[in-house]
Write a protein that binds this ligand. Structure first.
Ligand code: CDP
Ligand code: MG
Length: 135
């Protein structure tokens, strides 16, 4: 069964959207494999976002992800990677459709509530970072 890695970012946790977001994925009939509310370790965050190293927004992104607790989760289901990305919505605020998590709750290019893996290969890499026991 395909798996994906989701992070409810500090703004999503601070705005009490954890239950709302889990509810959406559960209503879609995806299976929650693992979840933990943690203060993100800086080294794990930099590894998680390694492909963004060198970008102008990289430090801002790491600082933002360190602002407060994050909810890290692994989810499973058919085509879960692509479908959860659709449910989360586009990172560009003007492209995030109403009805998606970002479309409903965010209007900022950095502070956008939620992360999800962008391919099954990325998902396995990210799951190994945050849940080595699932790798
Ligand atoms: O999160 P997603 O996969 O949709 O987008 P990304 O291009 O992989 O970027 C990762 C995260 O970096 C975004 O979700 C934003 O929080 C942040 N970002 C940013 O602050 N400014 C940008 N120009 C691009 C991304
Ligand atoms: Mg991405």
């Amino acid at each position: 069964m395909e798996r994906t890695l989701v992070i409810i970012k500090p703004d999503g946790v601070a705005r009490h959207l954890v239950g709302e977001i889990i509810n959406r994925y559960e209503r879609k009939d995806f299976k929650l494999l693992a979840a933990k509310l943690i203060a993100a370790d800086a080294l794990l965050l930099e590894n998680h976002y390694a492909e963004h190293k060198g970008r102008a927004y990289f430090q801002e992104l790491i600082d933002y992800m360190s602002e407060g607790p994050i909810m890290v989760m692994a989810w499973a289901g058919a085509s879960v990677v692509e479908i959860i990305r659709l449910m989360n919505g586009d990172k560009h605020p003007s492209k995030a459709s109403p009805g998606t998590i970002r479309g409903d709750y965010a209007h900022d290019l950095t502070k956008n509530i939620v992360h999800a893996s962008d391919s099954p290969e990325t998902a396995e890499r990210e799951i190994a970072i945050w849940f080595p026991e699932l790798a």
